[in-house]
Each structure stands twice: as structure tokens, then as C-alpha cells.
Design a protein around this ligand. Structure first.
Ligand code: SF4
Ligand code: SF4
Length: 211
């Protein structure tokens, strides 16, 4: 019947309007910004950089390998490598970014940077209140705007962050065990070399003349 769809829609609207006075589930409007809907764990907006520990700069996981910069489809990541190195979570000396910018006015939230990062250093944020009156520099996020703690990562993506922590701890344990074995082998080789040198330096006993 002509107009039946409109009538059904109006009836549903009227049911929700009247019902909202007695049933909270019929309140379909959220009064933002006073109210906010809880975000799903898989929510993603723009990337951020993860750091471990208390201090952001020394704890930054990023080693400035620039893989994300190369792979970002709209090329909105800009990195300059620092000449100085710092130890990573396994104690290995690594580079760090001197400059790490993301132009979020260009970013398309594809998450490719996250997927290609071999160091679990860049993850997707859920922050969406980023509006600014400065349409140029206001959306160019610097390293200091991008770095956020591992605790923050745990808070917004608990399942994923726990899995990452478990994997990093496992890799660290394996690396420590390997370093221990290598050190023992090196010590054994040094001892063997020392013993061989000492044997070579000992003068041999004179042989008696034939009768
Ligand atoms: S989410 Fe996609 S577009 Fe945005 S910085 Fe990462 S790779 Fe680039
Ligand atoms: S965020 Fe990851 S991929 Fe990008 S430069 Fe840092 S370590 Fe490399």
C-alpha cells in the first residue's frame, strides 16, 4: 500500500518517543558531549607511538627503521633518524627517531603502519576529539603528541596489548638465554686457547743420548 513504509516508520518513532519516558533502552539519542557511548575494543582512529616505563623519550619502542614511513599509502609519516642510539627492551642498541610526524589530516586510518612495524612501536589510538581551528599545523602531530604509555595501550586495547606484552617478554627471555649460552661458549673457547698457549710455551724435557 502506498505510504505504508512511512506509516511504519512514524509508528516506530512514536513508540520510541512515548516509550522513552518509561524504558531507558528506547532512548536512542546520546547527548554528546555530556554523554559518550563506550568505545569498542577494536575502535581505531589515528596511530600513536608506544613507550615503556615512566619516561617517554628513553622508553619509546620506535627504532626509526622507517618501514612504516615507506609503506604508508598516502605518505603522511615523516621520520628523521637520530644519530645517537639507545638500548631497546632487549638491551640491544638501536636508533631512535629525532623527528616523527604524522599528518592526521591525510591519514586514512588504514593501520598498515601498525601491521608492518616489527617492533610493536606504533598502534591505533581511539581518540577522536581532535578538531582544531588550525587547519595546517594543528593536525600535524609531532613525536611528543604521538607518544603514549604502554599502560594507555593496555587501557584502550587490553586483549591486543596483553598479547604483545606476552610476546615481547617471551622474545626477551629467549634472547637472554641465547646471550648466556653464547657467553659460556666464548668463555670455554678463551679457556681452551689459554691452555693451548700455556702448553706451547712449556719447554720440552731433553732427550738422553743413545747407549
Ligand atoms: S594508518 Fe595508514 S594512512 Fe595512517 S599513518 Fe598509518 S599507514 Fe599511514
Ligand atoms: S614505528 Fe615501527 S616501523 Fe615505524 S619507524 Fe618506528 S619501529 Fe620502524
Amino acid at each position: 500500500m502506498l505510504g505504508s513504509g512511512i506509516a511504519k516508520g512514524m509508528i516506530e518513532t512514536a513508540r520510541n518517543f512515548v516509550g522513552s519516558y518509561t524504558d531507558e533502552s528506547r532512548l536512542v539519542t546520546v547527548e554528546y558531549p555530556e554523554e559518550r557511548l563506550p568505545l569498542k575494543e577494536a575502535t581505531r582512529n589515528f596511530p600513536f607511538l608506544v613507550y615503556d616505563g615512566e619516561d617517554a623519550a628513553p622508553g619509546l619502542r620506535c627504532v626509526a627503521c622507517q618501514i612504516c614511513e615507506k609503506e604508508c599509502p598516502p605518505q603522511c609519516i615523516y621520520i628523521i633518524k637520530d644519530a645517537a642510539k639507545k638500548p631497546d627492551y632487549m638491551g640491544k642498541m638501536q636508533f631512535q627517531p629525532k623527528v616523527f610526524d604524522i599528518d592526521v589530516s591525510v591519514c586514512m586510518s588504514c593501520q598498515i603502519c601498525v601491521e608492518v612495524c616489527p617492533f610493536e612501536a606504533i598502534k591505533m589510538d581511539t581518540e577522536y576529539e581532535l578538531s582544531t581551528s588550525d587547519r595546517f599545523d594543528g593536525l600535524l602531530l609531532k613525536k611528543e603528541d604521538l607518544w603514549k604509555s604502554n599502560e594507555y595501550y593496555q587501557k584502550i586495547h587490553p586483549t591486543e596489548a596483553t598479547e604483545v606484552d606476552r610476546r615481547l617478554a617471551e622474545e626477551k627471555t629467549k634472547a637472554e638465554a641465547k646471550a648466556k649460552v653464547d657467553a659460556e661458549k666464548a668463555r670455554a673457547a678463551a679457556d681452551a686457547k689459554k691452555a693451548a698457549t700455556a702448553t706451547a710455551a712449556t719447554p720440552s724435557a731433553p732427550t738422553s743420548p743413545a747407549a
